[in-house]
Write a protein that binds this ligand. Structure first.
Ligand code: PEP
Length: 264
C-alpha cells in the first residue's frame, strides 16, 4: 500500500483579495469533509495568508506560500522570507513556471529557495516542467534532469525525502495553452522523476518523495492522473478558484482511495 499521503494543492495565483478568498474557504469548508489520507493545501496570495490562517479548519486545510525569498532576513526591499512564513504555512511552491518564465528565476535561485524552505521547516513543492518548445525538440528529460539535479543539490538524502515535486508541463498549464497531457505520457515522466531521485539520493528517498501532476486538471479529468502509478496528487490552478470543481477533485481523490483500499 502507498504510504505517501495524497496532496491536492490549490494555486490561486494572483487572484482573490482577502474577502474573496475568505468566501471561497467558507464554501470549501461547507462542501468538503475531513479526509485522513488527503491533505488539501491552499496557496493564496501572500497578503491573504495571515487572515486565512485564523479562518481555516486545520483538520481540513493547510496553507502554502506561492513564493518566498531565499535569504532569511536583511535589506531586500519588497521580499518576504521563508523565515517570516514559518508560523503561517506548511508548504511553499518553488520554481513555478510563471516564476521561471515571467520573473526569470534561475535554476540556482530555485535551488537556494528549496534549501531555504527546508532550513525553515517549510515543505517545498518544487515545480518542474518543460516548455512546448523543449517538448517538441525532444528535450523534456534533459530539462527535467537539470531542474531536479540543481534544485535538490544542497539537500541531504534525508531532506530530499520531505520534498514534493510537481510535474507541470508548461504547455499543459491552462494559461500557457492548456493542451491536455496524455496520462500515458505523464506516467512515463513520473517514472523518470522518481528514477532521477533514486539515482541521486537512493531508493529510500525516491520512495518517500511525493510527486504531483499539474496542468489544466479539473474534477472531470483528475482521476486519469491520480490513478497513475506513483502519482501522489495534483497541483491545480484555474479549477481551484471554483469551489465545486475543486471539491470535486478532492472527492475524486477520496473515491480512488476508497476503491484501492488506501483510505484505511
Ligand atoms: C498551475 O499553474 O500550477 C496550474 C496547474 O494551472 P492550471 O491548473 O490552471 O493549468
Amino acid at each position: 500500500m502507498n504510504q505517501r499521503r495524497t496532496l491536492i494543492v490549490a494555486n490561486w495565483k494572483m487572484h482573490l483579495n482577502t474577502s474573496q478568498a475568505s468566501l471561497l474557504v467558507h464554501r470549501l469548508h461547507e462542501r468538503i469533509r475531513i479526509h485522513r489520507n488527503i491533505e488539501v493545501v491552499l496557496a493564496p496570495s501572500m497578503l491573504v495568508l495571515q487572515p486565512l490562517s485564523t479562518q481555516i479548519d486545520r483538520r481540513k486545510f493547510r496553507l502554502a506560500a506561492q513564493n518566498a525569498y531565499q535569504k532569511d532576513e536583511g535589506a531586500f526591499t519588497g521580499e518576504v522570507s521563508f523565515t517570516m512564513l514559518q508560523d503561517l504555512v506548511h508548504y511553499a511552491l518553488i520554481g513555478h513556471s510563471e516564476r521561471r518564465i515571467y520573473f526569470n528565476e534561475s535554476l540556482e535561485e530555485i535551488r537556494d529557495k528549496v534549501a531555504a524552505a527546508i532550513r525553515n521547516d517549510i515543505t517545498p513543492i518544487l515545480c518542474i516542467g518543460e516548455t512546448q518548445h523543449e517538448h517538441k525538440a525532444g528535450e523534456t528529460k534533459q530539462v527535467l534532469h537539470d531542474q531536479i539535479v540543481t534544485a535538490l543539490s544542497n539537500l541531504t538524502a534525508a531532506q530530499v525525502k520531505e520534498v514534493v515535486i510537481a510535474y507541470e508541463p508548461v504547455w499543459a498549464i491552462s494559461t500557457f495553452g492548456g493542451t491536455l497531457a496524455k496520462p500515458t505520457e505523464v506516467q512515463h515522466i513520473l517514472d523518470f522523476i522518481r528514477h532521477q531521485v533514486s539515482q541521486l539520493y537512493g531508493a529510500t528517498a525516491a520512495e518517500a518523495v511525493r510527486v504531483l501532476y499539474g496542468g489544466s486538471v479539473d474534477d472531470q479529468i483528475v482521476r486519469g492522473y491520480l490513478e497513475l502509478e506513483g502519482c501522489d496528487g495534483a497541483l491545480v490552478g484555474g479549477a481551484s478558484l471554483n469551489y465545486q470543481k475543486f471539491a470535486g477533485i478532492i472527492d475524486a481523490a477520496h473515491r480512488l482511495q476508497t476503491e484501492t483500499g488506501d483510505d484505511a
